[in-house]
Design a binder for this molecule. Structure first.
Ligand code: MN
Ligand code: MN
Length: 439
C-alpha cells in the first residue's frame, strides 16, 4: 500500500497513539470515560456551565448528565445564532451487565446471571478474562464503586465455554444459536461467595437488585503487528472518536464559531433514555449557552440548529481480508486510508438513516482538501446483508447538517477491536479543522 503519511506525522501519531492506549485501558465503562474526561477538563480550565453567569469568546464550559453523558463547549467569537460546529461520539460500548438477581450456586460453583448490552456475537465473550466495573449500594447504604480485575494483583472473571470433546451438537448449530444469552453466566468463584461479599463489602444478594454492574474484557489495549501500526483493544467503538474529538477540542483556542463536543450514552442500545442523544438535556445545555452569551428568545435554539454543522463521530466496519465477500470494494472503508465519511448509514433502502446534503458535503470537502486531511467516502458492506446506525439522525432531526465521520475498525463489537494509529491521528486533525473552520 502506498504511504499516505509524512515521516514527521508518523512520529506524532505514535505519541498520540500511546496516550490513546492509556486512555482506553483506564476508561472501560461509560461512567469511567465521563469521570476521566471531567478530570481532563478541569486540568484544562473548563468550568461547569451552571457556575457561569455570562459567556464570552474563549470561555470553556461543560455539563455532565447523570455521570453518563456530557456536553462540552468552547465559546466562539461569532453570534451563537450563526450556528455551532459540533462533533458527537458515544461513550458506551457492548458489554455484559448483571441481572437484578444474579447469584446462584451449582455443584460447588457460584455464577452470575447476566444480560448482554448491545449487539454482540455471544460466542466471542466466552473463555476470556473479564473485569467487574460499576456501582452497588451495600446493606449500610454506602456507595461501593467496583473496578476489579484490571490490575495484575486482582482476580478476573470469565464465562466458560464447552470443551470441543463434548461440543458435537453445539458445533452443528447455526452460529447465533451456538451460545445463547442464558449461557452467558459469569464464573464468580467457588462456594460461599455470598459470605465473602458480605464480609468484604457489606453486600447482600438483595443489593444487586438496584446495582449497575458491568463486565468488560480485561484484555489490555496494545499495538498489533510487527510494524506497530495497528492498535487492538476493547471499546474502540466509540472511544477512538471520544478521544480524538476531545483532544481536538482541547487544542482549539478562541474559535470563530462556538464548538461543541458531545459524549453520548446508550448509543449501542438505540439511543433511548435520559443519558442518550435523544435526551432533551442537550437542548438545555445549548439554551444555557444562548442565554448566557446573547440572551434567549422564542425560536432561538431552532435558529442555532438550522445554522449548525455536525460530524457524527463513530466508527465504520473496515475491509477485512478474512471476509472479502461482505464488502463492496469501491465503497469499503480501508484501514490506514484516513478518516471515513458515510453520507448515510441504515439498512436496506437507507432505512433508519439521515442523509447528509450535498451542499454541506461539498463545503466540508473543500475544507478537508485545503487542510490536507486524508479521507475516504464509504459505505458499510454490501447492500441487503445488514446495516447499522449512529446518533446522526437525532441531530439531523433538529435541523443540523450532519454527516457520519469516524475511523475504520476491524472486529467491531468484539472484545478486541482493531484500528490504525494513522487513522486515529487523522481523525484528531480532521475534528480540529472542523472545530476551527467555518464550513
Ligand atoms: Mn459506535
Ligand atoms: Mn457500535
Amino acid at each position: 500500500m502506498e504511504n499516505f503519511f509524512e515521516e514527521k506525522e508518523l512520529k506524532e501519531s505514535c505519541y498520540f497513539a500511546k496516550d490513546y492506549i492509556d486512555f482506553i485501558n483506564e476508561c472501560r465503562t461509560e461512567k469511567e470515560v465521563i469521570a476521566k474526561v471531567k478530570d481532563i477538563l478541569f486540568e484544562n480550565k473548563f468550568k461547569c456551565i451552571e457556575e457561569m453567569e455570562t459567556l464570552n469568546p474563549g470561555d470553556k464550559v461543560f455539563f455532565v448528565n447523570k455521570d453518563k453523558s456530557m456536553y462540552i463547549a468552547v465559546i466562539g467569537e461569532d453570534s451563537i445564532l450563526d450556528g455551532l460546529n459540533i462533533v458527537g461520539s458515544h461513550v458506551d460500548s457492548p458489554r455484559i451487565d448483571l441481572r437484578p438477581n444474579p447469584i446462584y450456586e451449582n455443584n460447588g460453583l457460584t455464577l452470575f446471571k447476566t444480560h448482554y448490552y448491545g449487539g454482540i456475537k455471544k460466542y466471542q465473550w466466552t473463555a476470556i478474562p473479564l473485569s467487574m466495573h460499576g456501582v452497588i449500594y451495600n446493606e449500610k447504604g454506602e456507595k461501593q464503586i467496583f473496578k476489579l480485575g484490571d490490575n495484575d494483583d486482582e482476580p478476573v472473571f470469565t464465562i466458560t465455554d464447552l470443551l470441543p470433546h463434548l461440543a458435537e451438537k453445539q458445533m452443528d448449530k447455526p452460529m447465533k444459536e451456538a451460545v445463547n444469552g442464558e449461557e452467558l453466566n459469569i464464573l464468580a468463584g467457588k462456594e460461599k461467595i455470598e459470605e465473602i461479599l458480605k464480609e468484604k463489602y457489606a453486600i447482600e444478594k438483595e443489593n444487586f437488585e438496584f446495582a449497575e454492574i458491568e463486565f468488560v474484557p480485561e484484555l489490555k489495549a496494545k499495538f498489533v503487528g510487527f510494524d506497530q501500526t495497528l492498535i487492538g483493544g476493547y471499546g474502540q467503538d466509540d472511544r477512538s472518536c471520544v478521544f480524538t474529538s476531545l483532544k481536538a477540542l482541547l487544542n482549539v483556542k478562541i474559535p470563530k464559531r462556538t464548538c461543541v463536543c458531545i459524549l453520548a450514552d446508550k448509543e449501542e442500545i438505540g439511543s433511548y433514555g435520559n443519558t442518550s442523544m435523544s435526551s432533551n438535556i442537550f437542548d438545555y445545555f445549548i439554551n444555557q449557552i444562548i442565554d448566557k452569551k446573547e440572551g434567549n428568545f422564542v425560536g432561538a435554539i431552532q435558529k442555532v440548529y438550522l445554522n449548525s454543522v455536525m460530524l457524527s463521530a463513530d466508527v465504520n466496519g473496515a475491509y477485512d481480508p478474512n471476509y472479502p465477500d461482505v464488502f463492496e470494494n469501491n465503497n469499503a472503508a480501508y484501514l490506514g486510508k484516513g478518516v471515513n465519511f458515510c453520507k448515510y448509514t441504515g439498512s436496506k433502502g437507507k432505512s433508519g438513516s439521515s442523509e447528509a446534503n450535498v451542499e454541506f458535503m461539498i463545503r466540508l470537502k473543500n475544507k478537508l482538501d485545503e487542510n490536507n486531511i486524508k479521507y475516504q467516502f464509504t459505505e458499510m458492506g454490501k447492500l441487503d446483508i445488514g446495516g447499522g446506525g449512529t446518533i446522526a439522525f437525532i441531530l439531523a432531526d433538529k435541523g443540523i447538517d450532519v454527516i457520519d465521520c469516524g475511523l475504520p475498525l476491524l472486529s467491531m463489537h468484539s472484545p478486541y477491536e482493531v484500528i490504525d494509529k494513522n487513522d486515529l491521528y487523522e481523525a484528531f486533525k480532521n475534528y480540529k479543522i472542523f472545530f476551527e473552520e467555518i464550513i
